[in-house]
Design a protein around this ligand. Structure first.
Ligand SMILES: [Zn+2]
Length: 432
């Protein structure tokens, strides 16, 4: 299926070989990155991590920019002003790019990691082919792969017809408001682009989308009174039951829905609603509760629009309030769904390239969680995740990544760049 003619180019073949033999370089960089505990929440050591990435890029002959989030913006997002949240941007492009904006392939990744179970997780340890440490799988090992690919292609930059734009962001683990979303809000990342690759720990699959995730905290307000005179109060728990019942009806309806776009990788109903992940209220058994609170978590299929999902929920809240209840709604999370079909030109290109390196066909599936692909899709950029780590080892005390796999994925990134923005870009047919 794969035609690898473009990869027979002698200069590209040398780039490919540079990656294959870069094991030591990969390990050194991974060790340095893991040593910086860029833990999120709360957002520790971000500046240190961003500066290291920028410095290494400079040594590789790139001209990285560090983008800061201004203080007023941090305040607007409810983030502490004393913790900088910088992103690092660098471009692999011809020395004289010309007037016209170049077609862009995005390499995008996050350098924040989830908290560690022990400080020792920030010291990389290597056993045979496996490198252990926080962030090795999610996703500092993937960042190393992207840097290796860019570095190997650097001598070939003047043969490129487009560019690779590398964006390394913080805050992915907490929604990306000050990371990726900030880059789009400020125009650093903009509409259009050939596609985006992101090294989330996908194992040997490609994650080509995610369900949307809307999480809300609902507070029903009543009036407190002693049990003996409960007629003087208003029982918020009874309000919770009423609202819960209305949402339970919606849940039945949602979870029976079927969709035309297939979503391999999902277990259970494709569109779901979780009621009461958080549930609390009341003070004592002999008091009418003045407040009852519960959360809802709506995970919706990429075929369902965010607007429709919001409308369905708001319709219920409106009906509930019309019954005389006071209800506060707080948004905890608002992540859109995304989907770049496996059969889209970008999906097929990636499948071809992966096959050319691994000799294996690659399954495409939805990510079980949410993905930053959603920001790119929203701006018209096809986007998928494919990285060297494995999900089952991410965020775990024994988090690790295969070094061979980092090199393999780096070769895949370089080949994607060569096919999408290299000298023959656009000349091959999609269905070869
Ligand atoms: Zn991640």
């Amino acid at each position: 299926m794969a035609t690898a003619n473009a990869f027979d180019d002698p200069a590209f073949a040398r780039a490919d070989e540079r990656i294959e033999t870069a094991r030591e370089t990969a390990l050194e960089l991974l060790e340095e990155l893991v040593r910086i505990p860029s833990v999120n929440p709360p957002g520790d050591h971000y500046l240190e991590c961003a500066l290291l990435l920028a410095e290494r890029l400079r040594e590789l002959d790139f001209e990285p920019h560090t983008i800061e989030v201004p203080a007023h913006e941090l305040e607007r997002l409810g983030l502490p002003g004393d913790r900088p949240r910088p992103s690092v941007i660098a471009a692999l492009e011809p020395d004289k790019p010309g007037e016209e904006p170049l077609p862009t392939l995005h390499f995008h990744g996050h350098y924040d990691v989830v908290p560690a179970h022990a400080p020792s997780l920030f010291e990389l340890s290597v056993q045979d082919d496996l490198a252990y440490g926080r962030g090795t799988a999610d996703m500092k090992g993937g960042l190393v792969a992207m840097l290796l690919a860019c570095s190997a292609l650097r001598p070939l930059r003047n043969r490129l017809r487009g560019r690779v734009l590398l964006s390394l962001v913080p805050d992915e683990e907490t929604g990306g408001d000050a990371g990726t979303a900030h880059l789009f809000r400020t125009g650093v990342l903009a509409d259009g682009g050939l596609g985006m690759l992101m090294p989330e720990p996908t194992g040997t699959s490609v994650w080509n989308g995610n369900r949307g995730a809307f999480s809300l905290l609902l507070t029903v307000r009543g009036k407190s009174a002693h049990v003996a005179v409960q007629h003087q109060g208003r029982n918020a728990f009874e309000g919770l039951l009423e609202l819960g019942g209305m949402l339970e009806e919606l849940k039945q309806e949602i979870e029976a829905r079927t969709f035309s776009t297939p979503t391999p990788g999902l277990e259970g109903p494709p569109s779901i609603l979780l009621l009461g992940g958080v549930c609390r209220g009341g003070v004592n058994f002999n008091l009418v509760p003045s407040e009852a609170q519960f959360s809802i978590d709506r995970r919706f299929h990429p075929d369902e629009s965010s607007a429709t999902v919001v409308r369905e929920l708001e319709g219920i809240f409106r009906r509930f309030r019309r019954r005389g209840w006071k209800l506060d709604v707080e948004w905890l999370q608002r992540g859109d769904a995304s989907l770049t079909p496996a059969q889209s030109p970008f999906g097929r290109e990636l499948a071809t390239v992966i096959d050319s390196v691994t000799g294996r066909e690659t399954p495409f599936s939805l990510c079980p969680g949410i993905l930053e692909t959603r920001y790119f899709l929203h701006h018209g950029i096809p986007a998928v995740a494919y990285g060297p780590g494995e999900l089952e080892h991410s965020h775990q005390p024994d988090e690790h990544v295969s070094i061979t796999r980092i090199l393999e994925v780096a070769r895949i990134y370089a080949r994607m760049a060569w096919r999408m923005v290299g000298p023959d870009a656009g000349e091959h047919t999609e269905d070869e």
